[in-house]
Design a protein around this ligand. Structure first.
Ligand code: OAD
Length: 254
């Protein structure tokens, strides 16, 4: 494995930052064995998003969509956090303010120790009623009803508590993410193609507001040209290297 070099000026800036944002996408969980969406082997290479990740698809084929999310839930539950998730959990303790914003629904950040990630696209951990909004743990719902969405007491259908294409983003989560992105000094974008808005707009916002932008992705993205540093490496290697650099240059607080 080639050593990942972090330029000293970036490492110093990172180490002395008062507010850091980590923004993650499916690539951060790739080394945990979970599929990404758009790169080689990704989910949207095999399936069309509108057939699986829209309310219309759920209304047309509830059992098919439920089974697909039940399988994703099982895969996520069986996966283990990798060194990238663990590095991000560690960063929470290294800066006066730290915000983790994720597009992922797999829960691996929390299992690595991150306390309160902003989950822009919801979570697989819960099912919620399509009609009244009441919630139930996904594990328990899937076990009780593996092949079709269980009915809610109100007569509605339970669905995964994720955000589907065409649905509104959770407003408070988006507001908090936008505030953190505009105020942070360092914004680290990890494992996202930046293809889905409004989430990807946070990268532009942070850059426009003057944050040092670090991108971690083995491939280039439309945002690579904005980045102060693009680490062309898997997150599980690049993030521990960033932690090492931060710890080298950090001025310990009393
Ligand atoms: P994508 O699949 O679009 O992008 C994943 C990115 O991770 C790609 O740019 C890869 O190059 C990169 N990647 C692959 N392996 C990596 C590794 N080991 N380390 C770091 N990066 C790696 O996934 P997202 O950007 O998360 O939304 O997709 C955004 C949204 O689109 C998802 O939240 C989901 C999807 O449709 C909804 O379902 C609403």
């Amino acid at each position: 494995m080639a050593r990942i070099e972090i330029p000293e000026d970036i490492a110093r800036r990172f180490a002395s930052a008062r507010w850091v944002v980590a923004f993650t996408g499916a690539g951060v969980s790739k080394e945990s064995g979970l599929d990404t969406f758009r790169d080689a082997g990704g989910v949207w290479q095999r399936e069309r998003p509108e057939d699986l990740a829209t309310l219309q698809a759920f209304q047309r084929h509830p059992a098919k969509i439920w089974r697909w999310y039940a399988e994703r839930f099982r895969n996520a539950s069986a996966a283990q956090p990798n060194p990238a998730h663990l590095a991000i959990a560690r960063w929470e303790h290294l800066f006066p303010s730290f915000t983790l914003v994720t597009q992922n629904v797999d829960g691996l950040h929390q299992r690595a120790g991150s306390r309160s990630p902003i989950e822009l696209h919801g979570t697989l951990a819960w099912a919620r009623c399509d009609f009244c909004g009441s919630r139930r743990e996904m594990g328990e719902a899937v076990e009780a009803s593996p092949d079709a969405p269980p009915a809610c007491d109100c007569g509605g259908l339970m669905r995964p508590a994720v955000v589907w294409f065409g649905e509104a983003m959770p407003m408070r989560a988006m507001d908090e993410a936008a505030e953190a992105s505009s105020l942070c000094e360092v914004f680290v974008s990890v494992g996202t193609s930046g293809a889905v808005y409004p989430a990807a707009g946070l990268i532009e916002l942070a850059h426009r507001e003057g944050a040092c932008l670090i991108e971690v992705n083995p491939e280039r993205t439309p945002f690579s040209r904005l980045a102060d540093l693009h680490l062309e490496a898997p997150a599980g290697e690049a993030l521990p290297a960033l932690t090492e650099a931060i710890e080298r240059w950090r001025i310990p607080t009393a």
